[in-house]
Design a protein around this ligand. Structure first.
Ligand code: PMV
Length: 325
């Protein structure tokens, strides 16, 4: 087999990672608790590109060649972990806007890692998924989570994510993605979190506080307590963004439409509807709610901000891996 096609979905953090431990290993400074989003797909076709002098790794994303430097550390780590000397050639497509705060780097590096593991001849199974999680982390720490469907945790300082629950664990749960803008962001999460670590007076407080939030969120998720989980999600993203906004220069991802969504969710909760929003390194707002309230949440957001478009998602399946002839 010399080609493989992998489909993954992005990993949305309910409790955020923001900031890395010092050193070259891309280890997260805070624990994140996440779910994989069904229906937002990255599809990557990867081939072996030979070995030795003259062979090179190559990545295309939605038809555009990607800068090799962005992938170097990831491919080197993948070769080390998978005990393979191969170079890889990958062609990747997203069914949703890339680099716009929809976690395309998480599904992207997870797909690359799973594809490289299969091309390196690793047998499918739990140990290979764990190694792929470890390799994916070098590309983007959130990608360590996206090698699994369902619910995951990436503990602070960990090399690999762990699966918490499969996609069927909480079947009524939905995530409404409110797309406020499709313009690629100009402030990468990588750069912004490093700036936050180096210059925000609130970074240390964010990291210290995040541990308790993550522990409590794990309990709330185990109890399927949406209200409790929602309250913790809200603290997590607002404290993350508060630390980022206090960086020098500030990392400010919110648009007027993002704030309109945040306010619409607060108004829904005041009416007794459990709509709990979160935001990442981009202007999109993702709202966790129950299926029975999804239509009410969507129409309240659309009314508050008519320019929005929506993607309705739920906890996503495990990646698909298909060997090609
Ligand atoms: O995976 P990275 O390094 O691009 O960072 C992603 C960080 C957030 O999406 C903002 C939070 C998270 O835990 O996914």
């Amino acid at each position: 087999m010399n080609a493989v096609r992998v489909r993954t979905s992005p990993s949305l953090a309910l409790v955020k990672y923001w900031g890395k431990l010092e050193g070259p290993h891309n280890l997260p400074a805070t624990t994140s608790v996440a779910l994989t989003l069904a229906g937002l797909d990255t599809t990557t076709t990867a081939r072996s590109a030979g070995r030795g002098a003259g062979a090179a790794d190559q990545v295309m994303l939605d038809g555009e060649g990607q800068p090799p430097a962005r992938f170097q550390a990831f491919f080197d780590e993948a070769r080390r972990l998978f005990k393979s000397g191969q170079r890889f050639n990958a062609d990747s497509h997203n069914s949703f806007p890339s680099s716009a705060g929809l976690a395309s780097s998480s599904s992207g590096f997870a797909a690359l890692a799973l594809a490289a593991a299969r091309l390196a001849g690793l047998t499918p199974g739990a140990e290979t998924a764990a190694l792929a999680s470890e390799a994916a982390r070098l590309g983007s720490a959130s990608a360590a989570r996206a090698v699994y469907g369902g619910f995951t945790v990436l503990p602070a300082g960990a090399r690999r994510a762990e699966r918490l629950y499969g996609p069927e664990y909480w079947p009524e749960l939905r995530v409404l993605v409110a797309v406020t803008s499709r313009v690629p962001k100009d402030d990468s999460s990588r750069g912004a979190m490093e700036r936050t670590r180096l210059s925000s007076p609130y970074y240390r407080a964010w990291v210290d506080d995040a541990k308790l939030l993550a522990d409590e969120a794990l309990f709330a998720l185990a109890a399927k307590d949406l209200q409790k989980l929602g309250e913790l999600m809200r603290l997590s993203y607002l404290r993350m963004h508060a630390s980022a906004m206090a960086a020098d220069p500030p990392a400010l991802y919110w648009l007027p439409a993002s704030l309109a969504c945040i306010r619409a969710c607060a108004a829904l909760r005041a009416r007794g509807i459990g709509a709990w929003e979160t935001m990442d390194a981009g202007p999109q707002v993702k709202v966790l709610c129950l299926e029975s309230e999804l239509a009410a949440v969507r129409s309240a957001l659309a009314e508050a901000e008519p320019t929005l478009s929506f993607i309705e998602t739920r906890p996503g399946p495990d990646p698909d891996i298909e060997e090609l002839a």
